[in-house]
Design a protein around this ligand. Structure first.
Ligand SMILES: [Cu+2]
Length: 583
């Protein structure tokens, strides 16, 4: 990671970056890696070594002229970079100075379950005034992050990046690296957001279809609108908490604050992109620069060149960019529903700003997002974005039945389950919501192939279905129609068994589903180099299959990473137990 290049121009960059960082640091507290004008993640102080101390405390955060209470680590938002080396042991002492319980979960790291940091599942939580010592071996390299797993602390600032350097040579060549932590920030406290959403599921959706739009020939046709209305569905219901509530941030900086990462033309720059948002999936692009995806969720993939990717909450992607010109490039993270964006900048020197593109047209959901795309091309991703053909099919067929219990027999039906998708499709090869028509290369999960051979070649010995369920009007979210607080039973696995898990999305929203303590292989293409991930975004009306080797003994959280969905009940416990008689 250390670059051998110490040419005079490089040294000047480093020095000027440091000077600006120092001046900004007086105004607002940022850790070195997140300061604007940084010359790279390897150039400032980080927390590394085998002993680390973190203190969680109340704080304040402001951006774009708005300010509110925050929960921070060592006084900063985002939290400090933790940089470790594969093969070492680490001891992290976390002190809680809040008046409520707290915790830290090491997202994507494989640790003993007692160190995983989920209160009530794997440890008791860290009480006010207490210190908990996390101690674990660092077993694999890559880009990860950490966050609170208590209450809604993650939404108000408790998140930060983790980089694990490989024990040996890095298979990814690069001259410089930057960390890009994407997040969403609202002065409306997440508990208040939840209250508003319970009153009205579309509370933050200010961009429903209008009569004026209909008369002007925009959006859905009258026929489609009537059909969707009859099903109590809203084609603009893409995100629950939108840009109406949120400022979007890169490394804690809004667009006006223009976080800037430096480069020298011709360098290979590695960007470690982390979506640490509470509720926002981002479309990520750098107009004018191709991106070569080299890792997903920390683990290397065969390089694939693209122009845009959608990064779901809790995912990480590493990409290589190679800017040749001494220009400022806008780094654009646009909210999935196009209710806002944030622009950061990659530039050869300070004071430059990349362009801010206009927001693109907001997407509309289609019949495919309801799991009822019965058009002949239903398995492909060439369907019309506005679903005209699929809609016509639906109105002729059985598909108006959106709650036929026979399609998901294990789901406990009740007021919390408003719909069941009649024909959920495998959408791993689909472009994600809103990017169906983009006129450039968009990453799909089907493009990802693991760089290393998958470690467990066994075929699964059994299959389970996990249904993602909701009543969006009442803001109820569940798995198999049950929530953790309903007393939903754990999902049991035997240690080291190989299981295929089918995630089936019966809701009109994507759900980034995260399993703790494991990587799993997405099932597409030939076995052997399937992408290994810890989080997978299940598109609306879609189905995702993954194969899992249950090799993490203990109890693990398994949940949607949309914080309000998890809080409302879209979470399960997974238990991995030794078969009886095994010592
Ligand atoms: Cu969710």
């Amino acid at each position: 990671m250390e670059s051998p290049d110490f040419s005079p121009s490089r040294r000047r960059l480093l020095q000027s970056g440091g000077a600006l960082a120092a001046s900004l640091a007086c105004a607002r507290a940022f850790p070195a890696w997140a300061r604007s004008g940084t010359a790279g993640a390897g150039t400032g102080e980080t927390l590394s070594g085998d002993r680390i101390g973190l203190t969680i405390a109340d704080s304040h955060f402001s951006t774009g002229g708005r300010s509110a209470h925050a929960v921070t680590v060592n006084g900063t938002l985002p939290a400090p970079l933790i940089r470790l080396r594969e093969g070492r042991n680490v001891r992290i002492a976390v002190t809680n100075r809040l008046k409520e319980q707290s915790s830290i979960h090491w997202h994507g790291l494989l640790v003993p379950f007692q160190m995983d940091g989920v209160p009530g599942v794997s440890f008791p939580g860290i009480d006010p005034g207490e210190t908990f010592i996390y101690e674990f071996p660092v077993t694999h390299a890559g880009t990860y992050w950490y966050h609170s797993h208590s209450g809604m602390q993650e939404a108000i600032g408790l998140y930060g990046p983790i980089v694990i350097d490989p024990a040996g040579a890095d298979p990814v060549a690069y001259d410089r690296e930057h960390i890009l932590v994407l997040s969403d920030w609202s002065p409306i406290h997440p508990h208040e957001q939840l209250r508003k959403l319970k009153l009205m599921g579309g509370y933050f959706n200010y961009r429903k279809q209008t009569l004026a739009g209909l008369l002007a020939g925009r959006d859905q046709s009258l026929k489609e609108r009537l059909e969707w209305g009859a099903m109590r569905m809203d084609a603009t219901d893409i995100s629950d908490v939108t840009g109406a509530a949120y400022s979007f941030l890169v490394n804690g900086h809004g667009t006006a604050e223009n976080w800037t990462g430096l480069f020298a033309p011709g360098e290979r720059v590695r960007l470690r992109i982390i979506n640490a948002a509470a509720m926002t999936n981002f479309n990520f692009r750098i107009p004018g620069l191709a991106m070569i995806v080299v890792a997903a969720d920390g683990l290397e993939v065969k390089p694939v060149e693209i122009d845009e990717l959608q990064i779901a909450i809790a995912e990480t992607y590493d990409v290589i960019v190679r800017p040749q010109a001494a220009d400022a490039y806008g780094v654009i993270a646009e909210a999935l529903d196009r209710s806002g964006l944030v622009r950061a900048t990659l530039a050869p020197r300070l004071g430059m700003a990349g362009p801010v593109p206009p927001l693109r047209e907001r997407p509309l959901l289609t019949m495919r997002d309801m799991g009822m795309d019965m058009s002949p091309a239903g398995g492909e991703h060439d369907h019309a974005g506005h679903g005209a053909q699929a809609s016509a099919t639906a109105s002729q067929g059985h598909s108006m039945t959106m709650r036929d219990p026979s399609v998901a027999p294990q789901v406990k039906l009740g007021p919390g389950v408003a719909s069941l998708s009649p024909m959920p499709a495998d959408r791993l090869g689909d472009r994600p919501t809103g990017l169906e028509q983009a006129g450039h290369r968009v990453l799909t999960y089907a493009d990802l192939q693991s760089l290393r051979p998958n470690p467990d070649p066994r075929p699964p010995s059994r299959t389970i279905d996990v249904h993602l369920t909701a009543n969006m009007e009442r803001y109820m979210w569940s798995i198999d129609g049950e929530t953790l607080s309903d007393g939903a039973r754990p999902i049991p696995f035997r240690l080291n068994e190989r299981v295929r898990v089918n995630l089936i999305n019966h809701t009109m929203m994507p759900h980034p589903i995260h399993l703790h303590g494991h990587f799993f292989e997405l099932v597409h293409g030939a076995p052997g180099h399937r992408p290994r991930k810890h989080t997978v975004n299940v598109l609306p009306g879609g189905r995702v299959s993954f194969d899992l080797t249950a090799d993490g003994e203990g109890d693990w959280a398994f949940h949607c990473h949309m914080l309000l969905h998890m809080h409302a009940g879209m979470m399960r416990i997974v238990t991995v137990r030794r078969p009886a008689g095994d010592a």
